[in-house]
Design a protein around this ligand. Sequence first.
Ligand SMILES: [Fe+2]
Ligand SMILES: [Fe+2]
Length: 214
Amino acid sequence: MASYGAGSRLGNARDDGILIYHFRRGCEGENMHPIMARLTQDHARLTQVLTMLEGLLDRFHEGVEPDYELMNELLEYMNTYADVVHHPTEDLIYQRVLEKGTERHDVFEILIRQHAGLSQVTKRFRKSIEGILNEEVLLREDVEANGRELVAVNRAHMALEDDEAFPIARETLTNEDWNAIEALAPVADDPVFGNPDPQRFKALYRQLNEQTHN
Ligand SMILES: [Fe+2]
Ligand SMILES: [Fe+2]
């Protein structure tokens, strides 16, 4: 998808390459507030989740039935942690940057708008997967297109944050700002990578375990 070119850079990179890329970016800066360190770590994990989802879509494209349980759990993760904790925390940061003033207010306005759109894209794809499981008649190409869109828009969104929004936020906000943001930010733990909920994400754990031991 040409319009999401920024994301394909990550998509073509190898899994471990992506993680190293994010890790380096996350550790480069001095005096990084824990909130920003956590968001950077979230991006590395979300990237891993998107790569898994892409692998399932490739199987689906080849006509093989993918692991729907895993796919559903990946979407559950995105609809809960990303939409409930990650994006709302970023919204607090972006709003604060906008209040303080920045020449690049367009970037922050776009990202805030995209947050609402991302959860809709996830819900749409989730619905089409549920449709398949309920044996509704759906075009496989449409289902796949919804899934590819989800992967592409999330990658492009994170790339814009990593490349533009996060560096500007770190330059603009003071320690006082970060502490105020931290006080307002949702506190729920990451249910997969942080404080695990293995009953809810059974297939996802299995997959992560296999990846670690291969
Ligand atoms: Fe975001
Ligand atoms: Fe983000």
